[in-house]
Write a protein that binds this ligand. Sequence first.
Ligand code: SDX
Length: 370
Amino acid sequence: MGEQQVKAGLDGVIATDTDISYLDVENEEIVLKGYDLIELAEKKNYLDLVHLLFEGNLPDQNGRLSMESALKDEYTLPDNFFQLFSMLPKETHAMDAMRTGISALAGYDGQIDDRSTEANRDKALKILAKMPNIVANSYHTLQGEAPVPANTDLPYSSNFLYMITGKEPTNLEAETFDQSLMVYSEHEMPNSTFAARVIASTNADIYGAMTGAVSSLKGNLHGGANEAVMHMLLEAETVDGMSKLLHEKLRNKERVMGFGHRVYMKKMDPRALLMKKALHKLAVEQGRVDLYDMCVRGEEVIRDEKGLYPNLDYYAAPVYYLLNIPIPLYTPIFFAARVVGLGAHVIEQHDNNRLYRPRVHYTGPRGLQP
Ligand code: SDX
């Protein structure tokens, strides 16, 4: 093999053709099946995006209603499913409980090994439909609380928030949460999506691919950052406290959670901008503009000191805090929203597969005698 240069972290490597999404950094656009994700998030709702990624087009009113009822038909979990969560140690992280739940679903799916587009789409929809139940009720069970049944009178995303908090969301809360699911839904080839495609490329099933993606997303360099951002804001307590805490982190050469991005590098993540606006609206309504001001101060410090900008997790975290979502559920919600993108990628991988098997640049010894 010719001496090829290793691309650390596969930085800049083009891994596959796809018609699902593309980060057009130049034009600051997240392209999703030809649409601008931010525009979709401002004008449409999460189920429109699910229809777009699974059916290939934005739905009309009937299309949206039939997508809503197809999901509602699959909300429930098998009867003895919650025993699974009650057997876990109560210290189990919400991401690990969710990962266990998704993995266990495999045993209940008769078409698990059918890798046709239709079968994979059915399975992806089933997983998406069950995510609110798995995320909310694995957490309630581990907290020793009774599971919250779905409220099928509510739209998908409002029911998701209801199952977490036990309270029917206000219009602003419902709209904000739905928008957060849209901006978390799909983002080209992040580590967790790549993990799912690598697993699917061996002809492994979608449940295995999703389980691998959960494991990847939990890391704080990836999805786990949103939970870490909220702990940082609570530690800072005030605007000045935020400034002091961040300067201390920078002095200690620490990574500041919620900032930087492999692809956006020296630009603001367009999704962060949308969640920043959403945070401001919520903060004004709830009299918590101090929290918004803390985030803005943090942005200024890191931009001025490191030339780095916030990513989506930085502003999604305080939005979830004002929506009364328990902090351990921030990353599980990120994953639940991303199930639609992951499903689309597994379908695309199985529809036109080539096993992922890269090579190495060997730096070890040669010719040793045993
Ligand atoms: C997500 O890929 C996706 O699309 C992911 C995601 C999605 O939707 O799926 O967008 C979701 O994962 C967002 C990212 C969430 N993670 C964090 O917020 C964790 C903090 N951020 C970083 O660790 C970092 O910015 C990464 C991991 C996001 C990107 O890291 P890279 O591309 O590997 O960059 P790098 O580690 O090579 O850093 C380049 C320089 C370094 O400085 P030097 O050592 O060269 O002097 O920038 C510095 C880093 O030290 N740097 C940071 C920093 N991020 C980069 N310094 C302080 N704080 C940070 N957050």
